[in-house]
Write a protein that binds this ligand. Structure first.
Ligand code: FAD
Length: 369
């Protein structure tokens, strides 16, 4: 999603762009995602991300409109808000605290009565203690968006080369001249590494690249349910899991967060965890049919923040490490990378996401030692 969206943006600038993917683009984390567009932080570590997330959420309608217009395909974007349900005995206190925290971050958050929440969504558990209404949140169907984006990028002249694994970058001193992919040298004025949790692979054997790409996989298991008569119109979530409606009536339930290396297996314990959270949130889903299970590898980073922007190697930019928010952050990532490549600068303060920050952290640690 990240690489193809950057290509789509750059092609509008009349640049010749090629996407190199070792398989069909869009079959990794972007295939697995739930598609929640939620700028609300999951933990205090996410707080520096909020301005970027809000900016991306704001860009979403125009980004989707451009993709849909260029491709003629729908991405099923919907801005229907989300409801957070609190289940702990002190749920109301937690809810009010959360609402205050979100508002400090300029996120719309309204504590509502359980009755008011039930007018929007009927099916959540009678054991709920409190509800928080998040009116600005939205959803998109990642698999539909990806298909539309690929068609849209190709319509703009982007070449998509599937089955083309990038083995290495072509470096000449402090300049990146292109890549070595499928045994071939491919030269380019600009190279953007956007290989998700595999991004570190293109740096293998080159310490000067490895410091820029400290990505790791964080597995998430998911499943889809279908239940006759069950209706969900917007995202429902609790502290333990979430439910996201799909246009075809399926309900997507997620997700685990596991350090399991590059192992993409779906496990009994993982699925039990996701199902327990789903049924706790909406007990009637106990009778639902499980129609699909899958897992995906989120691109994690040491500080949970994305790695975005130019590097100290001329001609090399990075756009990866979007961890749990890559679908949300797609429009802003594509816009920032386009600005860096075309204008050489951007007005958005993205210093916190610089690929050089890990270097700085290393050298300040060395100085302290
Ligand atoms: C279970 C789960 C649920 C999620 N839910 C959400 C959500 O609700 N909202 C949200 O915003 N985000 C969500 N995410 C996170 C989101 O999916 C990711 O952050 C995002 O998809 C990352 O996109 P990407 O393009 O960087 O990586 P990927 O989609 O992983 O794509 C990387 C691409 O690089 C290619 N590649 C790898 N190595 C090479 C190589 N050497 N040469 C050539 N190509 C290569 C791969 O084939 C792949 O196509 C979720 C993730 C998971 C796993």
């Amino acid at each position: 999603m990240i690489g193809t969206s950057i290509a789509f943006e750059l092609a509008a600038e009349n640049l010749r762009v090629v996407v190199l993917d070792r398989q069909q683009p869009g079959r990794e984390a972007s295939w697995a995602a739930a598609g929640m567009l939620s700028p609300a932080p999951d933990s205090p570590r996410d707080i520096p991300l909020t301005p970027l997330s809000r900016e991306s959420l704001k860009l979403y309608p125009q980004f989707v409109a451009a993709v849909e217009e260029e491709s003629g395909e729908s991405a099923s974007y919907a801005r229907d808000g989300a409801i957070e349900i609190l289940l702990a005995p002190h749920g109301e206190i937690d809810r009010d605290q959360k609402a205050a925290e979100y508002r400090l971050l300029n996120l719309a958050a309204e504590p509502v009565s359980l009755g008011a929440a039930r007018e929007r969504e009927k099916s959540f558990t009678p054991d709920a203690r409190a509800a928080l209404w998040l009116p600005e949140e939205a959803t998109v169907e990642p698999r539909l968006l990806m298909a539309a984006l690929l068609a849209a990028a190709q319509n703009r002249g982007v070449a998509i080369r599937s089955g083309c694994r990038v083995a290495n970058l072509l470096l000449d001193g402090n300049r990146c001249l292109g890549v070595i992919a499928a045994g071939e040298k491919i030269e380019a004025a600009h190279v953007v590494v956007a290989a998700g949790c595999f991004s570190g692979e293109v740096a293998e054997g080159a310490a000067r690249l490895a410091r820029l790409l400290p990505t790791r996989p964080v597995r998430g298991q998911m499943l889809a349910l279908r239940h006759e008569g069950f209706r969900l119109d917007r995202v429902l979530r609790s502290e333990r899991g979430y439910l996201v409606p799909r246009r075809d009536g399926r309900i997507v339930a997620g997700s685990t967060k596991e350090e399991a290396g590059f192992e993409r297996r779906v496990t009994a314990a993982g699925i039990r965890k996701v199902l327990d959270a789903a049924i706790e949130l909406c007990p009637s889903l106990a009778a639902a049919e499980i129609v699909e299970t899958w897992s995906g590898l989120r691109p994690g980073t040491p500080d949970d923040l994305p790695i975005l922007g130019p590097t100290d190697i001329a001609g090399l930019a990075i756009a990866t490490g979007h961890y749990r928010n890559g679908i949300l952050l797609t429009p802003v990532t594509a816009k920032l990378i386009r600005e860096w490549i075309v204008l050489g600068r951007t007005n958005f303060d993205a210093a916190a996401f610089s690929p050089l920050r890990f270097d700085r952290a290393l050298s300040s640690r060395a100085e302290t030692a």
